[in-house]
Design a protein around this ligand. Structure first.
Ligand code: DQQ
Length: 478
């Protein structure tokens, strides 16, 4: 057991001065984190579990870490919820899953893995009788011992469970033998005895990848939504459509995130009826740099999902406004040509909202983490000609030893005729999250090396309507 488990506060404090460590995103006290797990609001409090390796800043020996929040923003570390049981079905790891309310009993449904290559994957239960503090594995585990016939039994994981009337339903991620990703639909009267029904949806391997992880299926704004994470870290794909007799017919589909930097998102419905999503944001620097840092991985900001005009929309939750400290930049009605610095000392923990008049002929937007001489700079641009939203990291850092990503990350984003561009950007040291007109989302990692890489600039040719930038406060003590 590491210090992070014995004294999370001390472990966090020891890493606070790392200039790359995010300050208003959730991440564990130390060591490795990947997928969000088991999201649930219980007696008003939000519980966030997560894939965690307490033994180091690298993937392995998967446990379920646990944190709680009263406001979606500030988190308190709770003890590890699930640990692999030697000789049990989760001998080699407690993989991803969800938490449901089984008549007042919080119940985790997760994937237990065993075998050298994690090749025996089964679905398991754990319950809590002390308010989600400690968890007992169910004696009937594994409750789904193998994948259905015709499916690859080695890739069978990440149950997502909901209730309809008296019946429980689950989708489990999988792969059709010699074919592509599939979300497998199950039904159960009691969470213990499960019947396989049929594929809720099977993908085209050419277009939707070899296997689907972490499926989420839910009703939202009179539509049904299926989210899947495409192996191996190809990205997160969304389908929006109709469902009748538990047969799902997508009508609109596309990448929610075009690569695996943001991956394995999990959603939950809160007590106000909102559909909230968190996703794992991975590192984009070398394993050696992660080892030296002593931590790796974070959760995205909480994202509010909706369906508008048949399409999925994504917005940062309004609760994030409570982090605003002071305005560090304001501008309006500017004709931009090239780059215009707005504030050389804006900072590295920022929220920025900017609107631009439609410009169909160029690339325009913002630049953040800019050093005073412009040697380090990260540009967030819309390319109106190509119909792309992009984060240009080719000059994000001068420190080549970190092995940091130095490419242009991009996703589809086309403005309608005359439509104003609305960029909503969060910068948290090494993390950038960008929302464009509520319908495109990009998360990326950057590792600037210079202490003065704190500048904020605008990039034309464009006509800026307005910009406000706030410095944000940390969610952690110290
Ligand atoms: N991460 C978990 C799996 C899941 C994958 C293992 C997605 O359950 O399929 O850490 O990132």
């Amino acid at each position: 057991m590491t210090d992070s488990i014995l004294d999370p506060g001390a472990a966090r404090a020891a890493l606070t001065n790392d200039p790359h460590r995010p300050r208003f995103h959730f991440l564990p006290p130390a060591n490795w984190m990947n997928d969000p797990n088991g999201l649930i609001q219980w007696e008003g409090r939000f519980h966030l579990f997560y894939q965690h390796n307490p033994n180091g800043p690298f993937w392995g020996t998967m446990h379920w870490g646990h944190a709680v929040s009263d406001d979606l923003i500030h988190w308190q570390d709770w003890p590890i919820a699930l640990t692999p049981t030697p000789g049990g079905p989760d001998d080699m790891g407690c993989f991803s899953g969800c938490t449901v309310d089984d008549n007042g009993v919080p119940t985790i449904v997760y994937t237990g893995v065993r075998g050298d290559q994690h090749h025996i994957q089964t679905q398991c239960l754990a319950t809590s009788h002390d308010g989600l503090r400690t968890w007992k594995k169910h004696p009937a585990n594994p409750v789904i011992p193998t994948a259905p016939r015709g499916m690859n039994t080695r890739d069978f994981r990440d149950p997502f469970v909901w209730k309809e009337g008296q019946m429980w339903y689950a989708v489990v991620g999988g792969q059709m033998q010699e074919s592509g990703g599939v979300a497998l639909l199950y039904r159960s009267p009691d969470l213990v005895n499960w019947t396989y029904l049929h594929p809720l949806l099977a993908g085209d391997p050419e277009q939707h990848g070899r296997m689907w992880e972490c499926p989420n299926f839910f009703r939202l704004d009179n539509h049904y939504v299926l989210l899947v994470s495409v192996v191996s870290h190809a990205g997160v794909y969304s389908f929006v459509g109709n469902c009748s007799n538990h047969r799902f017919s997508p009508q609109h589909e596309g990448w929610l995130h075009p690569n695996g930097v943001f991956f394995a998102p999990l959603t939950m419905r809160d007590d106000r009826g909102r559909r909230l999503m968190w996703g794992w944001i991975d590192e984009e620097r070398s394993g050696e740099a992660q080892q030296a840092a002593g931590w790796a991985g974070l959760q995205s900001l909480p994202i509010l999902l909706n369906v508008r005009a048949g399409q999925l929309t994504m917005q940062p939750v309004p609760e994030l406004r409570s982090l605003r400290q002071r305005i560090v930049a304001e501008a309006s009605d500017l004709d931009l040509n090239g780059e215009q610095v707005i504030n050389d000392h804006a900072g590295d923990m920022l929220e920025i909202q900017a609107t631009f008049e439609a410009n169909s002929s160029g690339s325009y937007g913002l630049a953040v983490r800019r050093s005073a001489d412009g040697a380090e700079i990260t540009r967030i641009l819309v390319d109106a000609v190509q119909g792309r939203l992009l984060i240009d990291r080719t000059q994000s850092t001068l420190d080549t030893a970190q092995g940091a990503a130095a490419d242009i990350m991009e996703t589809d984003f086309r403005l309608n005729e005359g439509e104003t561009l609305r960029l909503h950007v969060f910068v948290d040291r090494s993390v950038i999250e960008v929302f464009a007109n509520d319908r495109a989302y990009l998360a990326a990692r950057i590792y600037p090396s210079r202490a003065d890489s704190q500048g904020l600039a605008l990039v034309g040719p464009a006509k800026l309507q307005s910009l406000t930038a706030w410095s944000l406060r940390s969610i952690w003590p110290g």
